[in-house]
Write a protein that binds this ligand. Sequence first.
Ligand SMILES: Nc1nc2c([nH]c(=O)n2[C@@H]2O[C@H](COP(=O)(O)OP(=O)(O)OP(=O)(O)O)[C@@H](O)[C@H]2O)c(=O)[nH]1
Ligand SMILES: [Mg+2]
Length: 316
Amino acid sequence: MSLVHVAVAVIMRDNEVLIARRPDGVHQGGLWEFPGGKLEKNESVQHALKRELKEELDIEVDVHAGVEPLIRIHHDYGDKAVLLDVWVVSRFSGVAKGAEGQPIKWVEKANLTEFDFPAANRPIISAIMLPHKYLITGGYKTNDDCIQKLQNAILHHDITLVQFRHHELYLSDRTEYIKQVKKIKGLCDRNGARLILNAQPSILHEADADGVHLTFAEARGYNERPVATDKWFGVSCHNKEELAWVSRLSPDYALLSPIKETSTHPEAMPLGWTLFRALTDQVAFPVFALGGMQETDINTAITNGAQGIAAISAWW
Ligand SMILES: Nc1nc2c([nH]c(=O)n2[C@@H]2O[C@H](COP(=O)(O)OP(=O)(O)OP(=O)(O)O)[C@@H](O)[C@H]2O)c(=O)[nH]1
Ligand SMILES: [Mg+2]
């Protein structure tokens, strides 16, 4: 079966995304989609993006200024194998309309899950809802110091996704751990940030959080996704085999590390961007680059197929 390469556009206007309804009778007909279409012979993906958005919505896109890669998804429908090459379009001219008679809708990002999309689109929705920056908490002296550091990161570095990581406390004093999570969650809620716990999935029965993150060794103990689909579920990976293995758990995202040398893991061999890109392209979920990442690496990360960067010391 040949692979159909498709240019797909996530068109953003403030906090809204444009979706269109596929006509009945076509492949995946009747479902909602992000506008776009198949690349023509010898056509670049950016050219296809521009052409399709003119044809389908009558808008003009400057592919050199207003677009940025979001995610690439290989999906086999059985009757058809597609590569969805998804780009965020944040600038265009003209007023978008259903130029081929298709219904279109501007939808709040957070409400996208209410619409029926083709099966391949699930990771696109995750990628839209996830930010470019993912803070992992580092060491702290007292509980108040932790809150102070977190508040500083949220307010001064625009952090909207936080992983609370404190294995020692989690394992030694569950009551104290849950008390601390409660404070952190309150701070996150007040600032529109989401909180992921680096803890076993069962923690979600005891503590209020937006999801769970597992090490690869922990994830290995499950045969299926251990977290409900309305919560975030992520896994740390370090190579091709681990990424391939966790695919069966349908995570919402993975961390891949180390990209660069880091002081926390001096013995680990850095992957570098070329390998990062190749590995990320093989999996159908967003991947954050981790290991020696600084704010200035975000654009390079995105260009190399990342959702964004994850870091401790850059913001903690
Ligand atoms: N445009 C678009 N296509 C998608 C999405 N998700 C998804 O699985 N696809 C699949 O990608 C394939 C190509 O998309 P398309 O039908 O829009 O192609 P096109 O605009 O060139 O259509 P045409 O053949 O009528 O010219 C279809 O098999 C479709 O099911 C999506 O969100 N947007
Ligand atoms: Mg189309």
